[in-house]
Design a binder for this molecule. Structure first.
Ligand code: SAM
Length: 415
């Protein structure tokens, strides 16, 4: 079994529409919620990013995730078996079932010692998880013990997206899964996925049989957009997507399995740079950079030797939040087009998707130094991205400050 903690696999998942998940993962039924006052219900709604206005019955329905006027459905309780199925789907989608299955059936049902401990990891264990999961995904490397945490502890928002999708789309219906993710982003909480106009550019960049390597999977939306488009243009070629956050990657695998796209997409857990260094990603026809703009140039440099003849690159978020050093890296070495698009569902924020390919040899070597203003902007991008993980930031102000300089630099440098 892959890296997913055994404790999670054994935990019943309650996904029915008449059950709300509140208070750190505890599940509340309608009758539980009816015991609460309006004043007690409001913080629960706030916590989930839901509107707090309305009558008590409306607040409860909202918490139970019922649409206005929608009838309550029979509660579905996903039992232990279903959770195991989810893990198996995710494992087989990722190829982990072979490399990760070190146990016999009898051993599988023996509770490992660590499950008995109630010790929890400190909250900031993302780095540890990622490293561990990365090791787990590479056959033959030693495994540290799994943590006593559930997937929902580690990726609360992403698990709620998966639950939402599983309730609203039939298993195996890739189109419905993509639509449900868009609907979640529109109606519940914005998602950092390449939707809207960005999705059109992604689709337009594909050629039949492309071997795609994407850095930055998140919940697997863009990789499914690629898989969907590939079906239309004749299939062939796998999509490999790398995600540094192990918990998020596991959600993406489960999402792909639910959409029936797991044979077309492989999710690799770990930093893009680490995977590029292994050489295991193979030759690529399309490299998609959608992870951390301030390292695009480094990862592209490391990927260059794996780019097939005629390969293309596609980089998202080049203006928002920004990838200044990448622009300096591709200047004179790549033929690129900057596509102006709105950030997904954010009309006030502009972004650039850069699509292009290496210029034929002989071409200049990578730059050994970069203009100081680009380095300063890059540091500012990192800083605001970091702050945005701690609380709200004003992206429009940031864009108004950095954007004009970046535009001028591009114009002066023929980009
Ligand atoms: C913008 S989201 C990707 C969105 C996704 N491509 C889509 O459109 O559906 C960026 C993701 O990259 C991941 N990430 C950040 N740095 C990374 C790295 N160095 N290598 C791989 N993934 C990384 C983040 O954890 C996050 O999930």
């Amino acid at each position: 079994m892959g890296w997913l903690p055994r404790q999670l696999v054994r935990q019943p998942l309650i996904v029915g529409r008449a059950v709300a998940k509140v208070d750190g993962g505890r599940h509340e039924t309608r009758s539980d919620l009816e015991q609460l006052t309006v004043a007690q219900l409001k913080p629960l709604l706030k916590e989930r990013g839901l509107p707090v206005s309305g009558r008590k019955a409306e607040l409860i329905s909202r918490l139970l995730d019922l649409e206005d006027g929608e009838e309550e459905e029979e509660v579905m309780v996903r039992d232990e078996k279903d959770a195991e199925t989810l893990q198996h789907e995710a494992d087989s989608a990722s190829g982990l079932s072979k490399s990760g299955s070190h146990t016999t059936d009898a051993e599988e049902h023996k509770e490992p010692a660590w499950v008995k401990t109630s010790k929890r990891l400190p909250p900031d264990n993302g780095e540890w998880m990622s490293t561990r999961a990365w090791l787990d995904a590479v056959p033959g490397l030693p495994l540290p013990p799994p943590p006593g945490m559930t997937l929902a502890d580690l990726a609360k928002k992403e698990v709620s997206i998966l639950d939402y999708v599983r309730r609203r789309s039939a298993r195996g219906d890739l189109d419905a899964v993509l639509q449900s993710i868009q609907r979640f982003a529109k109606e519940h909480q914005w998602l950092k996925v390449a939707g809207g106009g960005k999705s059109m550019l992604l689709q337009g960049s594909l050629k039949p049989g492309d071997r795609i390597v994407e850095l930055g999977t998140y919940v697997g939306y863009s990789s499914m957009v690629f898989a969907r488009r590939k079906r239309d243009i004749g299939g062939g070629g796998i999509v490999t997507s790398c995600e540094v956050d192990a918990a998020v990657a596991q959600v993406a695998r489960a999402m792909h399995a639910w959409a029936g796209a797991h044979e077309e997409i492989v999710v690799r857990v770990g930093r893009g740079a680490d995977w590029l260094a292994t050489g295991l990603l193979g030759e690529m026809d399309l490299l998609v950079l959608d992870h951390r703009g301030t390292v695009y140039h480094e990862d592209l440099r490391d990927a260059e030797s794996s780019l097939a003849t005629g390969a293309r690159i596609l980089a998202d978020n080049v203006l928002h939040p920004g990838a200044p050093l990448f622009l300096s890296f591709v200047k004179d070495r790549y033929s690129v087009t900057l596509h102006e698009v709105n950030e997904y569902l954010q009309k006030d924020l502009e972004d650039w998707i850069v699509i292009g390919g290496p210029l034929p040899d002989p071409r200049p070597p990578p730059p050994t130094s970069t203009p100081p203003e680009l380095r300063r902007w890059s540091a500012e991008v990192d800083a605001i991205c970091w702050r945005s993980m701690q609380g709200p930031v004003n992206w429009t102000d940031f864009q108004n400050r950095i954007g004009p300089g970046l535009r001028t630099w591009c114009a002066e440098n023929g980009l």
